[in-house]
Design a binder for this molecule. Structure first.
Ligand SMILES: *Cc1c(COP(=O)(O)O)cnc(C)c1O
Length: 341
């Protein structure tokens, strides 16, 4: 497979212009159809666009992998297709049919195969976004919407990938409110997270650990990743249904932990206090994959988890997950979808 002339060994997680992106539009009461590949580049938009003024937009994030079978595959893209249905509904955006979504994602990847990092060097990050783009002066759903899928070759999300994270449990900020939009991938959730994460980084932390808005004893998630705690043979992660984002990686790890590691998996309330004495803590997401947490600070006190080392289960689960994604080990779940031959 021919590849672009890119310094594949030094990829970070950043903007990279590729050949093309997918673009489609839909009127407020219409249906998503048509659309197609266009050259990657800027788009023209009204200053009164709904998304620019009122944040009417949602996104997705998934990756394409150059696998050990020398082909390019997607990992559970139908989960992203399903999730954006919920996100669009919550923000009064016309629902994107899963087939339309999947076709757009596959076409963009197929047209940019030479930007998919070679086997083992990284992934092609795929970012579907949908916005209210018609001019909207009063607060109301826009009358027209734009769906774009663009991509970028990426390396590790956290530099020095293997080092456990140093988190701060926030006393000053909540990620979202109960009954808010925390359970969908709405763009506004991430603007609200900027100040907390900038302050955390200035304080020497990698990321923010968010607590539940109406009960701060309970942990919700980490910026853009879900959180897990292992205590002996028990693996606990916060239950969905509130303001937690239902991660594709979270779901995959729950299945792998039970099937491959024989852990008892529990979706329930995860107490901050219990994290401090856990055998291990880790977070999961498309960008971070599976990353251990070594330290959590709260009320000025630093708690070190398992000597601050990479956890056992996290290490194994990461290997299995990545092994399936790169087609190095068998995929008994049908999680991998080829997009090239
Ligand atoms: C995207 C995201 C995740 C991780 O979801 P994946 O589908 O595993 O990538 C977790 N939390 C938040 C807040 C997110 O935005």
């Amino acid at each position: 497979m021919n590849k672009q002339n890119i310094d594949w060994d030094n990829l970070g997680f950043s903007v990279y212009p590729t050949r093309s992106m997918w673009q489609g539009t839909c009127p407020a009461k219409g249906e998503w159809n048509g659309g197609g590949l266009v050259p990657y580049g800027n788009i023209e938009i009204s200053p009164v666009a709904g998304v620019l003024n009122y944040g009417q937009g949602v996104f997705e994030g998934l990756k394409a992998y150059h696998s050990a079978k020398d082909r390019v595959v997607l990992f559970r893209p139908e989960m992203n297709a399903q999730r954006i249905v919920g996100s669009t509904n919550r923000l009064c955006i016309p629902e994107i049919p899963p087939d339309y979504f999947l076709n757009a994602v596959k076409q963009v990847v197929q047209d940019n195969l030479d930007f998919v990092p070679p086997y083992g060097k990284g992934e092609l990050y795929i970012r579907p976004v949908v916005w209210g783009t018609a001019p909207t002066l009063g607060v109301a759903p826009a009358r027209e919407y734009t769906f774009i899928v663009y991509t970028a070759p990426v390396g590790p999300y956290f530099k020095g990938n293997k080092k456990p994270l140093n988190l701060i449990a926030s006393e000053s900020y909540h990620r979202t409110a109960p009954k808010g939009i925390g359970n969908v991938k709405a763009i506004g959730n991430y603007s609200a997270s900027l100040q907390p994460v900038v302050e955390a980084k200035a304080g020497g932390f990698d990321e923010v650990l968010y607590l539940k808005a109406d009960d701060e004893r309970i942990v919700e998630e980490v910026g853009s990743a879900n959180i897990f705690m292992r205590q002996g043979n028990k693996l606990v992660t916060p239950k969905l249904g509130g303001s937690i984002l239902p991660g594709v990686t979270r779901n995959s790890i729950l299945i792998l932990a039970e099937d491959k590691l024989g852990l008892d998996v529990v979706e329930g309330d995860l107490l901050l206090e219990d994290l401090f004495s856990a055998d291990e803590v880790f977070c999961t997401g498309t960008a971070v994959v599976v990353t251990s947490v070594g330290q959590i600070s709260y009320h000025g006190e630093t708690h070190t988890i398992q000597d601050g080392e990479m956890g056992e289960a996290a290490t194994e689960l990461r290997q299995i997950l990545v092994g399936i994604q790169r087609e190095e080990i068998e995929d008994p779940y049908g999680w991998v979808t080829p997009v090239s031959s």
